[in-house]
Design a protein around this ligand. Structure first.
Ligand SMILES: Cc1ncc(COP(=O)(O)O)c(C=O)c1O
Length: 366
């Protein structure tokens, strides 16, 4: 059987997150791994009401095949939210509804990447993106993250020495570090992207989950013609819908639409309509405030516990929102060994991408 598999699947790392999530299913395990929203807060009652409204108002129409770009009302809602929240003008025509932002990553890989192309990626990076993009057999070029975004000197040097097609970035409350890029950092990264002609993939599912500090700007403010924005309803409403979107420049959108059509024709029309009715039903902002308050409280509790119980040699980030906080162990301390010890105590957390390499996986890093 082994010789039947395509090269592209042989090199894909098994997602360490999925493995950790498997361990986390044991109710006696305390999990600090994965960006799972707190299920206690899912707006079940409002979603139930939205579902009933959809069947009453639209009947069998929502059970039919639909267009590949997605529900127009939902795309118009997203465009209006970009204007309201980020002061960005985005045409609904350049938005494609996807099965979560994870599918957006896959479609961008399909449209942009040939075998061996460079992909600039944050270090530490979102493991789900590394896994998804690995299928296109790129060479990953890690660019380290500092407290306020990417290390500009290293990014400029590395991207100048290769022909990267894209930078994959989670600029707000980054998964897994919790770091948020400053506007200044984004402007500098955009200038490098313009000079070296690569697309910035701005994956921003946590942007609305801010519990302190001031909102940041999008890469699209600085380099609209080369920025593809990924969004998601997973963290602000519920991941079970599997609803996200890509908003990209027109020419790129056209190619993405072909890739979307080929992949699955379209995202569930039923899910899209229920989401739309939920969004216009008036609960969203109250819901976001409730979850943001809760996550802010959890983050403060975690920081206090680290401060009080960890050795002072361990550094950690101070996120202003989202779900992630990242600790740096002192030089010479093995995170995998610590992970194994933690699992014995029924606690799990996510490790840096380097630990994936150290486990003998074959994903190519430049
Ligand atoms: C940065 C990032 N991008 C994408 C995803 C996938 O989200 P979705 O449920 O929208 O596919 C996640 C989920 O944790 C994430 O953290």
């Amino acid at each position: 059987m082994e010789n039947l598999y395509a090269e592209r699947i042989k090199n894909v790392p098994r997602s360490f997150i999925r493995e950790i999530l498997k361990i986390s299913l044991d109710p006696s395990v305390i999990s600090f791994a994965g960006g799972l929203p707190n299920a206690d807060y899912f707006p079940v009652r409002h979603i139930q009401a939205a579902t009933e409204k959809v069947f009453t108002d639209y009947g069998s129409e929502v059970l039919q095949y639909s267009n590949s770009e997605g529900d127009l009302q939902l795309r118009e809602w997203i465009a209006a939210r970009y204007k309201e929240q980020k002061n960005l003008i985005v045409s609904p025509d350049n938005i494609i509804i996807t099965n979560g932002s994870q599918q957006g990553i896959d479609l961008l890989g399909k449209v942009l990447l040939n075998d061996g192309d460079g992909v600039l990626i944050e270090e530490p990076g979102y493991l789900g993106a590394i896994q998804s993009l690995s299928l296109f057999r790129p060479v990953f070029i890690p660019a380290p993250l500092n407290d306020d975004g990417l290390d500009i000197e290293i990014l400029a040097e590395k991207s100048g020495n290769c022909t990267a097609k894209m930078l994959y970035s989670v600029p707000t409350f980054q998964n897994p570090s919790g770091v948020t890029y400053s506007d200044e950092n984004k402007e500098q990264v955009s200038a490098i992207a313009e000079k070296n002609s690569f697309v910035i993939v701005e994956d921003d599912p946590y942007w609305e989950l801010r519990f302190s500090g001031k909102p940041s700007r999008s890469f699209a403010h600085f380099l609209p013609q080369q920025t593809a924005m990924l969004g998601s309803f997973s963290k602000i409403v519920a991941p079970g819908f599997r609803l996200g979107w890509i908003a990209a420049p027109e020419a790129l959108s056209e190619k993405l639409l072909i890739a979307k059509q080929a992949a699955d024709l379209h995202t569930s029309s039923l899910s899209q309509k229920i989401m739309y009715e939920y969004l216009v039903g008036g609960d969203l902002d109250t819901h976001i405030k409730a979850i943001t308050d809760a996550y802010g409280g959890q983050c403060r509790a975690m920081q206090d516990a680290i401060q009080n119980s960890f050795p002072k040699s361990i550094q950690f980030t101070r996120p202003e929102g989202g779900m992630f906080l990242w600790g740096k162990l002192p030089e010479g301390m093995d995170s995998m060994a610590l992970f194994d010890e933690a699992v014995k105590e029924k606690v799990v957390f996510v490790l840096g991408i380097l630990s994936i390499q150290n486990r003998g996986q074959q994903t190519r890093f430049g």
